[in-house]
Unconditional design. Sequence first.
Length: 412
Amino acid sequence: MIHRAREAQRHSSRNSTSQAMTFTRTVSSLPLCVSLLPWIGSSCTALTPPPQYGYTGPMLLRVVATLRNTSLTEASVKLGLDTYCYRHAAGLWEYTLRENPPMSVEHYLRKAAELNLDGVQLCDPRHLESLEYGYVSGLRQKAESLGLYLELGTEGTNPDHLQNMVRTAHVLGSPLVRTFVGKPRPTSSQAMADLLSATGAEIAQVIPVCERYGVSLVLENHQDLTTDELLTLLEFLDSEWVGICFDTGNPLALLEDPRECATAFGPLIRSVHLKDYQVVARSDGFLLLGCALGEGVVDLSAVLEVLAASAPQANLNIEAFMGKHICPALEEDYLKHLPEATAHALARTLRLVRDRGLPRMPQLPIERGAPEDEILATEDDLVVRSVRWAQQALGRSGSELANPGEHPDRQE
């Protein structure tokens, strides 16, 4: 439970610095922040950490600094493409291309420009043909020539690998490296505490390199750690160079509510994966089905409202993909790996499946043996629909809306 982690953080011995801190600031330019954080008045002269948010000590100071220096009216939200959208076209995961060349970084950049997006998050370093300076700096120049930002992603917490990725991100012009813990969930609270401690020790070795190169490390909620667990990890690390990459769809797999998670992470969010899911009931729980933004069960409008208030500087990277994820939430083994989950969380999720779930399990093109061009075209259409939804949700003008186009690598 989120409130339990907050209480634990609030009463931790590390919170000896959480005495009253004072500053004077008029926040008339932050109306949404006022509604999100009721403990900030229109003219703040004293600030004490509220228990329901749980930010303490130096972490609280960084959160406050973020809010103090943010003007929503001046914020320019950037919308980008996460490369996992084209996971079949990339040929890096379970699908092997037979008739078309795999998408390269250059193709991703061209596609993002074609869709009138602002940037690309390269979710996997395998997208890079080389880590040599000349090649990586050349990609940066290509992105800059198209007016696109770049973000670099990887996985795991191996210190040597992450340090290498931070250096690569610096050359690439990426302000961050997105990663996730990705370790199997233990079945006891003590085992989870040990996992978080070991993970924190690994990440701590990377922080000096982040500081040297000016590159942040952002941890994704990757269906591996709950919101409370990630916040506990960040509190342990206590560094301005470590933040959150918030995935809007992944909380469902851990019986969490995406809007509540976005609110809990707040200004710690440095990057976003905009994702939606459809749900299908199963005898053992439910299935998550990747879909176009706005066509699933995630209340993305509510999530975007929270993000606009608490993390307007975070790039919104669309991650719409064809894929399925089984969540056997009615199986004892599944729940054993979520010892902090409540009956309320389970009931809320199952009601969502009952009330908004699809009537039957759809078959993906790859499952029915569709031709490769049909698979790639379906994938591209999913992305185009998602981009249109996101641009409209952000109030972009008609000239900024995506125009459908052929997949950059399809052979006619």
